[in-house]
Design a binder for this molecule. Structure first.
Ligand code: GLU
Ligand code: ZN
Length: 513
């Protein structure tokens, strides 16, 4: 059987990490089997739909590199793949079910249904439609149609027996038909389909072979199987994915931390880290390594390696992956990655290309890193950054750390207060002597190797009668404005010795005059 799988989200919110996992598992299954991965947009709920959410869906998958073979804004043989562009089709299929006696028109008014609900609540009976219109006579139906009474189309769920299906992970699942939602609406009175109808018709027409989706959809599956039977179609194979939980065992939500893919992106995570980590949320891979590229995951994915138990989202572990992938980047790659965060932070000061730092550009970049061309570094910025990358790499946990770690290369840091500049063992007078004497040495290290520069500083410290650290600390504070900056020699060289000396002079003038 040709594997054809799909990710079929409803664009009613930003893509969250659970959705990304569903998309990724489907994608990986398609890659591992030589099948096709389809992206279908289930936008039947027009009140909760927004264009921004649909765009976010495309942007998120494109950013992650989880490429779809058919669907979405891309098209394909079985399109259109956006349900709102297929509305006529669903009506046709709903009417076909009516013809086959598997569905029926329900003319009940909202008032009548309200009355039924009330009576059910009062008698503590089970809730749901009372199947009133299931037994309307031919004549009554004709009259209602002739007088243009509005109607919905409902599925005639079998009254007896049970419905069984096999789940690749959970095994056989059986539901008594009397426990299935009594006669759900397939087509609304405005002619719009409900999720159930559109989902089944499309999976059938798009030749979907396997439905891999979150476990919260299991209660809908018996209904779907009944629908397939009603049409006389074969249903796809099912594989319901275990939930993603926070560490407290509750469904992952905002309380636990970032949940939308956009948040992770804006918080400075690399896509490689997200993909690697999310692919392992409740799934294991041959040879038990930690690090896999998207391609390697696609070669190794196996449906039977998915765990039955819920997966726990471990933010610390994701952070570890982020560090790993950060360290694997070349200087040039890392530069491109940190650039939007630097440009966005507004620290570029006079160095910044005016346009790139306009509030609009920053807002746009913050939202979706939309227009990268607006955010190109100048040649000068690029040169400085390239020197800074080897320094920054070890200190960055997230791309968002970049402004704090290497911002001093672009803007004059504020001169720190005296007590932060003074080493523990030195007083102001001695520190002043140390800083003044250090200027000469700093001026000389422009093109020295790290060892050579170190030797010069060591000799200077000896000459001044202070420890090496007591010499370096005030220099670091004067040059970078921060104790947590990258290694000092490299920092001075990336900044340029003239600027470094000027900052020492400024510090002397402002704090030691
Ligand atoms: N539109 C549904 C969702 O939002 C699709 C569920 C399914 O995969 O059948 O998840
Ligand atoms: Zn009715």
């Amino acid at each position: 059987m040709d594997v054809r799988v799909r990710y079929a989200p409803s664009p009613t919110g930003m893509q969250h990490i659970g959705g990304v996992r569903t998309a990724l598992f489907n994608y990986l299954y398609a890659r591992s089997t030589g099948g096709k991965f389809i992206l279908r947009v289930e936008d039947t709920d027009r009140t909760r739909y927004s264009r921004e959410f649909e765009q976010n869906l495309y942007d998120t998958l494109a950013w992650l590199g989880v490429d779809w073979d058919e669907g979405g804004n891309k098209g394909g043989e079985y399109g259109p793949y956006v349900q709102s562009e297929r509305f006529d089709l669903y009506k046709k299929y709903a009417l076909e079910l009516v013809e086959r006696g598997q569905a029926y028109r329900c003319f009940c008014t909202e008032e009548r249904l309200e009355g039924v609900r009330k009576a059910q609540t009062e008698s503590k009976g089970s809730l749901g439609y009372d199947r009133h219109c299931r037994s309307l006579g031919r004549e009554e139906i004709s009259e209602n149609l002739a007088s243009r009474k509005p109607f919905v189309i409902r599925l005639a769920v079998p009254l007896e027996g049970s419905t069984r299906f096999h789940d690749e992970l959970l095994g056989d699942i059986e539901w008594k038909n009397e426990d299935v939602n009594p006669d759900p609406i397939l087509l609304k009175s405005d002619g719009f389909p409900t999720y159930h109808l559109a989902n089944i018709v499309d999976d059938h027409l798009m030749k979907v072979s396997h439905v891999m989706r979150a476990q919260e959809w299991i209660p809908s599956t018996p209904l779907h199987v009944i629908l397939y039977k009603a049409f006389g179609w074969e249903h796809p194979d099912y594989c319901h994915l275990p939930m993603v939980m926070g560490e407290d065992g509750q469904k992952l939500s905002k309380r636990h931390g970032a949940t939308s893919c956009n948040e992770f992106r804006n918080n400075g995570y690399l896509k490689e880290a997200l993909i690697n980590y999310v692919a392992m949320l409740g799934c294991s891979y041959e040879d038990g390594r930690d690090l896999y590229t998207l391609e390697e995951l696609g070669e190794r994915f196996k449906m039977e390696k998915i765990n039955k138990a819920p997966a726990v989202f471990d933010y610390k572990k994701l952070e570890w992956f982020n560090g790993q992938y950060m360290r694997m980047k070349t200087d040039a790659e890392l530069l491109e990655l940190v650039w939007p965060f630097l440009a966005n932070s507004g620290i570029l000061g006079s160095c910044a290309p005016g346009e790139a730092n306009s509030p609009e550009a920053r807002a746009a970049a913050g939202l979706r890193f939309a227009d990268q061309t607006l955010l190109e570094p100048t040649a000068e910025q690029r040169a400085i950054l390239l020197k800074a990358m080897p320094l920054a790499r070890e200190r960055l946990h997230f791309l968002t750390d970049a402004p704090q770690v290497i911002g001093f290369l672009f803007t004059e840091p504020a001169v720190p207060p005296l007590e932060e500049i003074l080493p523990k063992k030195l007083d102001a007078a001695k520190t002043r002597e140390v800083l003044s004497a250090a200027k000469d040495t700093v001026a000389k290290i422009g093109s020295l190797s790290e060892e050579e520069a170190d030797a010069l500083f060591r000799a200077k410290a000896e000459e001044l009668g202070v420890k090496m650290g007591d010499l370096m600390m005030p220099i670091r504070m004067a040059v970078t404005g921060s104790r947590v900056s990258p290694p000092l020699v490299g920092s001075i060289q990336a900044l340029g010795v003239e600027k470094a000396v000027a900052r020492i002079e400024r510090t002397l003038a402002e704090r030691f005059a």
